[in-house]
Design a protein around this ligand. Structure first.
Ligand code: ADP
Ligand code: GLC
Length: 489
């Protein structure tokens, strides 16, 4: 029989997405089905999720109910995610509110996020323990801090008479740890003995991600380089000691991309489809971007950005480099949202350089595809990047990644240095730790390469041929799951 895994995530594409976590959680079921693993995805029932699944799901009979899930009534609904099993936690008091998954419409985090995601984790531990008739699981895979308490409940407060299953904790971003004051501890429903550094305590408070990292049977993160980086003070964000202490349990498994969603030959969101062998139609997408962003038409290098506009992503540094980028003949089309100050900075740059810089503040899935399909190069100057997906989509679409050498960016892009160009293996441009000088130089190098059509064509071909589908990574997760099940026997 296939191994059955419960994947616990606070977002999963296409139901609800704020970033790469959703792409990964949404793609795992298919990636693992290919390895003989049946993944059931478990997500909170935000209004958007319930609406997307349709009125039928909302009215359908619950497969399980809780009279008091951390004090709230909740029901469990069953549906499908891309043909794979899906479970949804319908708990209106916790998730039935307008806004984003973690914040209200103005972007302010909900005050009770600790309680919302503790309840979500408690429910996951119950499900994994066998609370739902007819649904048994062999292993739980928890993603990010929102699911961080799952291993804690499984280990320290398991469902009475429930099944003991191993757990995997995946860190998609160490910068978000779900750290809360000690005062919440008595309300989590964990035994007093959980309040130790070997349990959920972290720097005098409760650490959700820390708890997961401490108590899971294995820790993974989304690239080999980031798995190494988080052992250091610079990237570990206070948890580097824990990573080091458990280093024989830490694995770096690179994210893949969903090649059904992201295939330039068939992508319906492009103005024109194209392939690695015949990329000529990219020009039509470039014209469509120019129109959409009010840019002067031209064959010169068109840079694109699709990003959260934050410090992590180096967007403050990019702002400083824009005059240089335009000065050497580049143009920029940017799609993103995030810090208000950075948003204003890009809008000001667009006003300063009409026709050369176009900015769209917001979130637009379709436009993100068009930008990859028509942009010449995608800028990803992150200060840290656990994996990064936009550079992978860029590679697949021949939109050359210009990235910093960190985390998954270091693992997926081959810099066009003379040796790599001579060997014919380069796929992009890398820079050292992001700074004005490093980014300005990287932008200049990209423009110089673009001005040499033969080199650029070669780069594009190599990029589009690089294989970042889920095959190898799906196999790596399946192997890890199997190893944990064997250890348990
Ligand atoms: P992170 O999860 O840190 O934001 P990733 O590169 O892993 O970074 O994933 C970001 C995902 O969100 C990608 O699928 C990217 O295309 C998408 N994305 C980011 N910003 C936008 C936006 N403004 N509009 C549409 N898609 C976006
Ligand atoms: C996080 C990281 C990003 C990664 C994504 C999916 O949001 O910031 O680098 O690609 O998770 O794992």
């Amino acid at each position: 029989m296939a191994m059955r895994v419960l994947s616990v995530a606070s977002e999963a594409a296409p139901l609800v997405k704020t970033g790469g976590l959703a792409d990964v959680a949404g793609a795992l079921p298919a990636a693992l089905a290919a390895q003989g693993v049946e993944v059931t995805t478990f997500v909170p029932g935000y209004p958007a999720v319930l609406a997307k699944l349709g009125p039928k799901l909302g009215k359908s009979k619950a497969v399980h109910t809780w009279d008091s899930l951390l004090g709230e009534k909740a029901r469990l609904l069953a549906g499908k995610l891309g043909g794979h099993p899906l479970l949804v936690l319908d708990a209106p008091a916790l998730f039935g509110r307008e806004g984003g998954p973690y914040s209200d419409a103005s972007g302010r985090d909900w005050d009770d996020n600790w309680r919302r995601f503790a309840a979500f984790a408690r429910a996951a531990a119950d499900i994994a323990g066998g609370a739902v008739k007819g649904r048994a699981f062999d292993l739980v895979h928890a993603h990010d801090w929102q699911a961080g308490l799952v291993p804690a409940y499984l280990r320290l407060a398991p469902l009475a008479g429930g099944r003991n299953v191993p757990s995997v904790m995946t860190i998609h971003n160490m910068a978000f740890q779900g750290y809360y004051p000690a005062g919440i501890f008595p309300r989590l429903g964990l035994p007093p003995s959980a309040w130790t550094v070997d349990g959920v305590e972290s720097y005098g408070g409760v650490g959700f991600l820390k708890a997961g990292m401490q108590l899971a049977d294995a820790i993974t993160t989304v690239s080999p380089t980031y798995a190494g980086e988080i052992r250091s003070v610079e990237f570990g964000m206070g948890l580097e000691g824990l990573v080091l202490a458990r280093s024989n349990r830490v694995h770096g498994i690179l994210n893949g991309i969903d090649t059904a969603e992201w295939n330039p030959a068939s992508d319906p969101r492009l103005a024109a489809n194209f392939t690695a062998a015949k990329p000529g139609a990219r020009a039509k997408n470039k014209r469509a971007i120019e129109q959409e962003f009010g840019l002067e038409p031209g064959d010169g290098p068109l840079f694109v950005v699709i990003s959260r506009l934050t410090w992590q992503k180096g967007m403050d540094v990019l702002l400083e480099v824009l005059d240089h980028l335009v000065g050497i003949g580049g143009r920029l089309a940017l799609l993103g949202s995030g810090d208000a100050e950075i948003e204003r900075g890009f809008q000001a740059a667009a006003a300063r350089h009409p026709g050369r810089i176009g900015v769209r503040i917001g979130y637009d899935e379709a436009l993100s595809h068009l930008l990859q399909g028509g942009g010449d190069a995608i800028l990803v100057p992150s200060r840290f990047e656990p994996c990064g997906l936009t550079q992978l989509y860029g590679l697949a679409y021949g939109c050359i990644p210009v990235v910093s050498r960190t985390g998954g960016l270091a693992d997926t892009v081959i810099d066009a240095n003379p040796a790599a160009l001579a060997a014919g293996v380069a796929t992009g441009v890398q820079m050292n730790a992001v700074s004005y000088g490093a980014l300005a130089m990287a932008v200049s190098r990209a423009c110089e390469l673009h001005a040499r059509p033969e080199d650029w064509k070669r780069l594009q071909k190599n990029a589009m041929k690089a294989d970042f589908s889920w095959g190898a990574s799906g196999a790596a997760y399946a192997a890890l799951y199997r190893q944990l099940l064997e250890e348990q026997e």
